[in-house]
Design a protein around this ligand. Structure first.
Ligand code: ATP
Length: 259
């Protein structure tokens, strides 16, 4: 009998998922995406993205590997050093970690901006409302009065005083084309993605190969711990982070299958 056979596929509330279930995190993640689709904040395609992520997380042992923790610390240092950090929110991010993104924004002084691959006014409004329900004050992404160069019109829309002018952007579960276009704009890009071979982590200054439900709270913990650190110390953390090693470590862990 598979793990899935032991838990009904249609739990109504996440509290019904037993915390001691061996695949608890996966069931929780899947449930939140389903709930996001039902609430109109997550596109149906978000379920496919979730399925891909889930397979990689299984192979990573569903834990934050040491190189991912290093990346999460470097991400915190980048966000604290930034003049204008922005955290990008798509439908999966809103479904999985709404309150956690609000907490990270507060810990680092970053703006939150809704940025959708399948953009409709209804979904933008639903996500903004959802973030407000989870404690957000201001949420950007409604103006969409600027464009990321080298992307098609709909996919390129951002706020002029948000992602467009940001120096550091956190783009979790980002589409490869947009991650590349943001990189070409010269931004410091932090990507959270469970697939180290995906284009988004490949172009990131800080690729975090970890499940977003573990990664975001951990970046916040690092940011709170580093809040009083000297600028020189933050710069040392940033300089010592090795993006190639982080990607190689994650790939090695996935390929070795040593769980
Ligand atoms: P590319 O970046 O090359 O366009 P892709 O088409 O696989 O790759 P998308 O479907 O746009 O990418 O984005 C989904 C990505 O997000 C996948 O790489 C998937 O592994 C990752 N992902 C899905 N769920 C999570 C999660 N909970 N935490 C972290 N990463 C996740």
């Amino acid at each position: 009998m598979s793990d899935y056979d032991t838990v009904s596929a249609d739990v109504e509330h996440e509290e019904e998922i037993p915390e001691d279930h061996p695949r608890y995190q996966d069931l929780l993640t899947r449930h939140r995406i389903e709930a996001g689709v039902e609430k109109g904040i997550t596109h149906l395609q978000g379920m496919h993205a979730e399925g891909r992520g889930s397979a990689f997380d299984y192979l990573l042992g569903e834990e934050t590997i040491p190189s991912a923790d290093d990346a999460e610390r470097a991400a915190a240092a980048h966000l604290l050093l930034a003049d204008h950090p922005v955290l990008s929110i798509n439908g999966n991010v809103a479904a999985l970690v709404p309150g956690e993104m609000v907490e990270l924004a507060e810990a680092t002084g970053a703006d939150l901006e809704v940025n959708l691959f399948n953009r409709t006014p209804e979904r933008i409004d639903a996500i903004v409302d959802h973030l407000r329900e989870h404690g957000a004050d201001e949420v950007k992404g409604l103006e969409a009065d600027a464009h990321i160069p080298n992307l098609d019109h709909e996919r390129s829309k951002v706020d002029a005083d948000g992602i467009y002018e940001a120096d550091v952007v956190l783009v979790p579960l980002e589409d490869g084309d947009r991650a590349e276009a943001l990189d070409e704009m010269g931004k410091t890009e932090i990507v959270i993605d469970l697939n180290p071979l995906s284009r988004s982590p490949q172009v990131a200054d800080v690729p975090i190969v970890d499940n977003i439900i573990r990664a975001v709270p951990n970046v916040t913990d690092h940011a709170l711990e580093l809040a009083g650190a000297d600028e020189a110390d933050l710069r040392t953390i940033v300089a010592n982070f090795d993006r190639e090693r982080a990607l190689e470590d994650a790939e090695e862990r996935i390929r070795s299958g040593e769980l």
